[in-house]
Design a binder for this molecule. Structure first.
Ligand code: PLP
Length: 391
């Protein structure tokens, strides 16, 4: 028995949670069990809550900047957990990783330029490119024997044919759960370097790695890639702090940092959210044991789903994740019609999942399921799915 109780169910309704309170608005009904958005149903350690409360009780919330007291814990987290050395002046604190992707799109490309992504991928990647009037170029990941791989020939050809300026990498990859190997990352890095392509490495899921796998940070590939590199990190997935609006964007190269910060200034952003900074510092200082126990718990959730599907729903295929708390289910043996699949999930199973089609057209027969919830909730969800799939 660990120190933390991840089995405990908290009622998140009436907290303005987008996961729990907006069913009516977003789905037209409020009777669905939500396992969609990447947001966990676990409570933070008391020590962290106490730090936030203590700062709140101070009662004065003026402009606040990060100092060494903030950077120190951020740097030591990445040193300890990912074996990378970061310098304080490489870090820019912003409200979110998606926000920083938008800044990078503006900083390193012009209107009409091509930006490369690898679908199926986290849907704000394409959206952020489109709303900034750039062109989305997709190098589809290959789904091979239940595993996703990079088509390197296509990757390079798409860059050449479209004069791609920026590549948005998801590492680990949401939703397919791949934890990219050093060789894969290096190969992508070399192709990008050869064609002067900037890389935004979104490493927001890097703390969720299953046993037998290891996250390789792009920062560890070598200084020769720094002159076109932006790395997105945040405690917001690891510790479920999305509502705190804090992310640490790493740019080791002074020129890249200058361009990135210029865009940040151009939208009028300067000092970060004070409670977000307190929370970030606190989780990186005090949250390690909580995370280690959480990782064991998630491994248990994953094992549970795998067994359940094998025994009761063998037509639903789990794409075995190497990282992230999001699982990617292949329903192509259940139906070939994605509208029918949606009907099953929503109207029959009464589940609120993320339909595969939003991650890219070719993944319309998949569903993304968030397993970062108490086991009991997950069991209920699997029972719902079972019921929904009965003829
Ligand atoms: C790959 C990826 N990047 C970014 C985000 C969101 O980050 P933020 O809330 O900091 O914008 C998510 C959230 O699910 C994600 O999966």
């Amino acid at each position: 028995m660990g120190k933390y109780d991840f089995d405990k169910i908290y009622d998140r309704r009436n907290t303005d949670s987008i996961k729990w309170d907006f069913g009516m608005q977003r789905m037209g009904r409020d009777d669905l069990l939500p396992l969609w958005v990447a947001d966990m149903d676990f409570k933070l350690p008391d020590e962290v809550i106490a730090d936030i409360v203590k700062r709140a009780e101070h009662g004065i919330f003026g402009y606040t900047d990060p100092g060494e007291g903030y950077y120190g814990p951020v740097k030591s987290w990445f040193g300890k957990r990912h074996n990378v050395t970061i310098q304080s002046d490489w870090i820019t604190v912003v409200p979110g990783v998606v926000y920083s992707i938008a800044l990078a799109v503006r900083a390193f490309t012009e209107a009409g330029d091509a930006v490369l992504i690898q679908q199926p991928v986290y849907y704000p990647f394409s959206r952020t490119v489109e709303v900034n009037h750039r062109k989305v170029v997709n190098s589809q990941l290959i789904y091979n024997n239940g595993r996703y791989e990079i088509d390197f020939e296509d990757f390079e050809k798409k860059i050449e044919d479209n004069q791609v300026r920026l590549f948005l990498l998801c590492s680990p990859h949401n939703p397919v759960g791949r934890v990219w190997s050093r060789e894969e990352l290096k190969r992508m890095a070399d192709i990008c370097k050869a064609h002067d392509v900037y890389i935004f490495a979104d490493e927001i899921h890097s703390d969720f790695i299953y046993k037998g796998h290891e996250h390789v940070s792009f920062l560890s590939l070598g200084e020769e890639y720094y002159d076109r590199l932006i790395v997105g990190t945040s405690p917001s997935k690891t510790f479920n702090l999305a509502g705190m609006q804090v992310a640490n964007i790493i740019t080791p190269d002074a020129e890249v940092k200058k361009k990135f910060r210029y865009e940040n200034e151009s939208v009028g952003y300067s000092q970060p959210n004070v409670l977000g900074m307190v929370a970030c510092r606190s989780v990186y200082e005090k949250g390690e044991q909580w995370l280690d126990e959480l990782l064991d718990y998630l491994q248990g959730n994953l094992d549970y789903v795998r067994e359940f599907l094998k025994e009761k729903l063998p037509k639903v295929k789990l794409v075995e994740p190497e990282g992230t708390y999001l699982i990617w289910l292949d329903f192509s043996e259940v139906t070939q019609d994605h509208k029918e699949l949606e009907d099953i999930i929503v109207n029959k199973a009464k589940l609120w999942l993320d339909p595969g089609v939003i991650f890219g057209r070719e993944s319309a027969l998949f569903e993304r399921v968030n397993i970062a919830c108490p086991r009991q909730t997950l069991k209920e969800a699997m029972e719902h799915l079972y019921e929904g799939l009965q003829p």
